[in-house]
Design a binder for this molecule. Structure first.
Ligand code: COA
Length: 296
């Protein structure tokens, strides 16, 4: 495994540095160079939540990035892997990934791979598991729908953190409390309540070109639709995005009818052990929408 601290690529001499020391504007410019919609504020949040590296050239310019988010002692999620277009296909991606894998040591890993990155990860031993459908577009207010029997909707507050973190943990099978705590500060949240218990929730925040719904955790399509509808109504006529692994069924149909067709796909891949269980719905909560492709 190649893991030296500097590497000559074509005419580029790259060195690895901690992403925490990188300039936010340089990271923002890097993601824009590959057509990603992240705003500087979106970068700020991932930087607060994870660790990472950048690849710099001889005069300090940031030409690559990679991050990892340690959600459990035995599990991490990798994201924000980018190499500048003028540097692609020269081995920088693989070189950065080898640095990341050295840092994440024995942890099992999950990530969502773009088409461009899939072969790179496969060559490192990652196994493809599921497709993620990136659905976005101009939101269309859906017809009013009935709530599932015995359920009511209410707004989430920061007091709900423990309860939604437990629901998210049951679905994601790692603790993302710190992620949810940070997202609650910048999101509008909706809970579906049965009795006194939150059985489904969704957050919606500004991201990229508009707003993004995620995470969304629910046990079945009807509950998932109930916590999605209010955000679609709120953002009707504007750009809205949701990343889901639901290919078909009532939820997927609802998302398409809400003006959010499938725009692109990425592939959830894992290293070390299988990441995603078969999501059948029913009683067990599942991840209906991702926090972000980088954050799982
Ligand atoms: C995906 C991405 C990070 C890959 O980075 P990269 O620096 O091009 O990666 P590498 O050069 O290490 O490897 C890419 C391919 O080039 C090949 N390659 C490496 N060195 C090469 C060389 N000297 N000549 C020709 N091909 C070469 C690699 O074998 C690899 O192909 P393979 O995976 O089929 O084996 C980069 O394309 C990118 O930033 N894309 C846009 C953002 C994105 O999609 N990020 C992924 C998020 S999951």
């Amino acid at each position: 495994m190649e893991r030296t601290n500097s590497k000559r690529l074509d005419s580029f001499e790259l060195t690895i540095a901690d992403i925490a020391e990188a300039d936010l504007d340089a990271l923002h410019a890097l993601s824009m160079s590959v057509g990603w919609p992240h705003r500087a504020e979106d970068w700020q949040i991932v930087l607060e939540l994870g660790k990472g590296i950048v690849a710099r050239d001889a005069i300090g310019r940031v030409l690559g990035s990679a991050m990892w988010f340690n959600y459990a002692p035995d599990f991490t999620n990798i994201g924000m892997v980018i190499t500048s277009p003028r540097l692609q296909m020269l081995g920088a991606g693989q070189w950065m990934m080898n640095h990341v894998l050295a840092q994440t040591s024995s942890r099992a890993i999950g990530l969502n791979a773009t088409r461009l990155a899939r072969r790179l990860y496969a060559s490192l031993g990652f196994v493809a598991e599921r497709t993620v459908y990136q659905c976005n577009g101009e939101a269309v207010a859906p017809p009013q729908g009935l709530l599932p029997p015995g359920a009511r909707l209410r707004a989430l507050t920061s007091d709900d953190l423990d309860e939604i973190a437990a629901l998210d943990r049951a679905a994601y099978r790692a603790d993302r409390s710190h992620v949810l705590a940070r997202l609650l500060e910048v999101s509008k949240g909706v809970a579906l309540v049965r009795g006194e218990r939150i059985v489904a929730f969704s957050l919606c925040r500004r991201f990229g070109r508009g707003h993004l719904i995620g995470p969304l955790v629910a046990a079945n399509d009807d509950d998932a639709i109930a916590v999605t509808r209010p955000h679609v109504v709120d953002h009707a006529g504007t750009f809205l995005r949701l990343d889901t692994r639901q290919k078909s069924g009532a939820f997927a149909e609802f998302v398409a009818q809400a003006g959010l067709p499938v725009y692109d796909t990425v592939t959830s891949m894992s290293l070390g052990r299988p990441w995603l269980v078969e999501e059948t719905g029913g009683e067990t909560p599942i991840i209906y929408a991702l926090v972000a492709q980088a954050l799982g």
